[in-house]
Write a protein that binds this ligand. Structure first.
Ligand SMILES: Cc1cc2nc3c(=O)[nH]c(=O)nc-3n(C[C@H](O)[C@H](O)[C@H](O)COP(=O)(O)OP(=O)(O)OC[C@H]3O[C@@H](n4cnc5c(N)ncnc54)[C@H](O)[C@@H]3O)c2cc1C
Ligand SMILES: *[C@@H]1O[C@H](CO)[C@@H](O)[C@H](O)[C@H]1NC(C)=O
Ligand SMILES: *[C@@H]1O[C@H](CO)[C@@H](O)[C@H](O)[C@H]1NC(C)=O
Length: 534
């Protein structure tokens, strides 16, 4: 028990008179007409619902088709596509002036759509800035092993740009190429190199941020607390990060990928059970080791920073039951390994901003600290059988290695030593019926309930990039319900554990009026908060 129990009241955003979007457009225009450049074209970067292309611009990166019916979502009053940091500043200042909220979209992959829609009960009117034109990857420098990447770039664009400069440098971030740098880094970012190098956010060394006052800050001017908070404390909370300076990490010219699938009849259950005992203990050169579970099939996949001839004896020693053989493995360059996990052959795939047609999806996450008993794995197959073959997937992603060496308080992502693996689980469906949706939501909630006894407790961990509004949201407290750092808002504790208080402190320092907010953004201390006990 900490000695000070701080009882907070969630700050209520009093609904204010909503300015029309014309006020916003006018304000941005005025902001620029006083300057020399770009004034004539600025209005062309702003779309309002009356514009013919508003809907297609809005939908351009609605990546979860659950929210693609734009007649039913609470959508932006205006969409602004900034081309320069100064445009972002104007967006912040004009939103503040007209008491509008601002939402920020980079890749549009938020599982709950929070970058482009509002679900809070108060349903504030908001402007969305879409960073799609702020997507350069520049100063990729093999000498200093650093690069700058703007938030609107996708992971695919980042990987591509690095591979154009070097075959032996890489960056540890997620698997999926259309995920946006802005949202991904803001929540941590794990992927095929995490066991070796940690999260994307662990490898950020500087950033450009536009704060709630419209000021442009870098690491030196924002200070270490704020710089700490933006590396995993969740997006749309501390400001707009327009660019990140990253460390590039060394990989061998040739790496090994492996993929081996076993059906339940081929002892998948025993293997998944046994996997848990090997997963986090392998050397960190096995930079990724995961299992995907779907209807009676387990696929064991991974990346090894070395050659097949050293990988095979390693598995023979540490996980002989898997029976990994040369035929399950291939050697290739790191950039080809990125493509391998996508099932693609062309490096140009990485530059496509939108992928194949997506399916509706609901995600959840958990952390496992003690291996599940074998009959619990059996139970997972039974639950998977309750939905169609492609409709339920669990992905078990090994921690250990660097993931467990980084201290829990180093950046906001707290799920470090002691966690054997993370589970991300998904329900997928097609079609428009409410019933179909409800059935799949019920299903994943049942799975969540089923896993409860086997996963981390007090608090049960969750990964902010697997955004899940079932864990609660800021608007829930609209009735003025008190909550405390001790009990936490459920989502705050679950995403950030003991880092939540520091995030609240930073938020209170840099944005006490709570200008940047969404359903799961860190709230500032309510100014009238009481201290109870010492
Ligand atoms: C198909 C798919 C695959 C995925 N694979 C992985 C994976 O391998 N590893 C992993 O860790 N995660 C993965 N994720 C999760 C992903 O990291 C998160 O959804 C991430 O937040 C998406 O970032 P985005 O920019 O695409 O999303 P957006 O929807 O644009 O943004 C997400 C959140 O961040 C905020 N935000 C966006 N840009 C900024 C900015 N510049 N400044 C401040 N706030 C900002 C938004 O307002 C929103 O709240 C995956 C998701 C999907 C849908
Ligand atoms: C959303 O709808 C538009 C228009 O019908 C379509 O072009 C787009 O592919 C859809 N997006 C998704 C993710 O399904
Ligand atoms: C792994 O193998 C399974 C079964 O053959 C296949 O469905 C899956 O696409 C493969 N994954 C990769 C990344 O190659």
């Amino acid at each position: 028990m900490p000695s000070v129990l701080l009882v907070l009241f969630l700050q209520l955003w009093a609904p204010t008179w909503a300015a029309g979007n014309q006020d916003f457009v006018q304000c941005v225009h005025d902001h620029y007409s006083s300057k020399t450049s770009t004034a004539p074209s600025i209005s062309k970067l702003i779309y309002t619902p009356g514009d013919a292309s508003y809907t297609s611009v809005l939908q351009s990166t609605i990546m979860n088709p659950r929210f693609n019916d734009t007649s039913t979502i609470h959508k932006p009053l205006a969409i602004f596509i900034p081309q320069f940091d100064s445009h972002v500043q104007a967006a912040v200042l004009c939103c503040r002036k007209h008491e509008l909220r601002l939402r920020i979209r980079s890749g549009g992959h938020d599982f709950e759509g929070l970058s482009y829609l509002s679900v809070s009960p108060s349903n504030d009117d908001f402007v969305m800035i879409d960073l799609t034109k702020l997507r350069a990857v520049h100063d990729v420098n093999p000498e200093t092993r650093t690069a700058w990447v703007q938030s609107g770039a996708t992971l695919g664009e980042l990987y591509y740009a690095i591979s154009q400069k070097s075959r032996v440098l890489a960056f540890p971030a997620g698997f999926w190429p259309t995920v946006g740098v802005g949202g991904h880094f803001s929540g941590g970012g794990s992927g095929a190199l995490s066991r070796k190098f940690g999260l994307a956010a662990d490898n950020v060394i500087d950033a450009r941020l536009i704060d709630a006052e419209g000021k442009v800050l870098d690491r030196a001017s924002m200070g270490e607390d704020l710089f700490w908070a933006i590396r995993g404390g969740g997006g749309n909370t501390f400001g707009v990060v327009t660019a990140w300076k990253i460390n590039l990490l060394p990989v061998p010219p040739s790496v090994t990928v492996f993929n081996l699938t076993r059906a339940v009849e081929e002892s998948a259950t025993e293997l998944v059970h046994r996997w848990q005992y090997a997963a986090d203990k392998l050397p960190e050169d096995v930079s990724s080791f995961l299992v995907s579970l779907s209807s009676k099939m387990a696929s064991f996949q991974g990346l090894y920073l070395g050659e097949i001839k050293t990988l095979l004896p390693l598995f023979e020693e540490k996980f002989p039951e898997l029976g990994l053989s040369e035929g399950d493995c291939s050697e290739m360059s790191w950039i080809d390994s990125v493509l391998y996990f996508l099932g693609s052959e062309s490096v140009e795939t990485l530059l496509r901003r939108t992928g194949e047609p997506a399916r509706k999806v609901k995600s959840k996450s958990d952390f496992v600290q003690e291996p599940l008993p074998e009959d619990a794995v059996d139970g997972i197959w039974r639950i998977l059988a309750e939905v169609g073959p492609e409709e339920g997937v669990l992905q078990l992603e090994a921690h250990g290695g660097k993931m467990s060496e980084v201290p829990e308080f180093s950046i906001p992502y707290p799920h470090r030593a002691g966690n054997v693996y993370m589970i991300q689980y998904y329900a997928y469906w097609d079609g428009n019926g409410v019933e179909t949706e409800e059935r799949h939501l019920d299903w994943i909630r049942r799975l969540e309930g089923y896993l409860a006894p086997f996963v981390s407790q007090g608090p049960r961990g969750a990964y902010v990039n697997a955004r899940d509004l079932d864990l609660g949201m800021n608007g829930d407290a609209a009735a003025g319900r008190a909550w405390s750092c001790e009990q936490g808002s459920d989502w705050g504790r679950r995403y950030y554990k003991g880092n939540f208080e520091r995030l609240v402190r930073v938020k209170t320092d840099v944005d006490p009026a709570n200008f940047f907010r969404n359903e799961q953004s860190i709230p500032p201390f309510f100014l009238g908060s009481r201290h109870v006990g010492e």
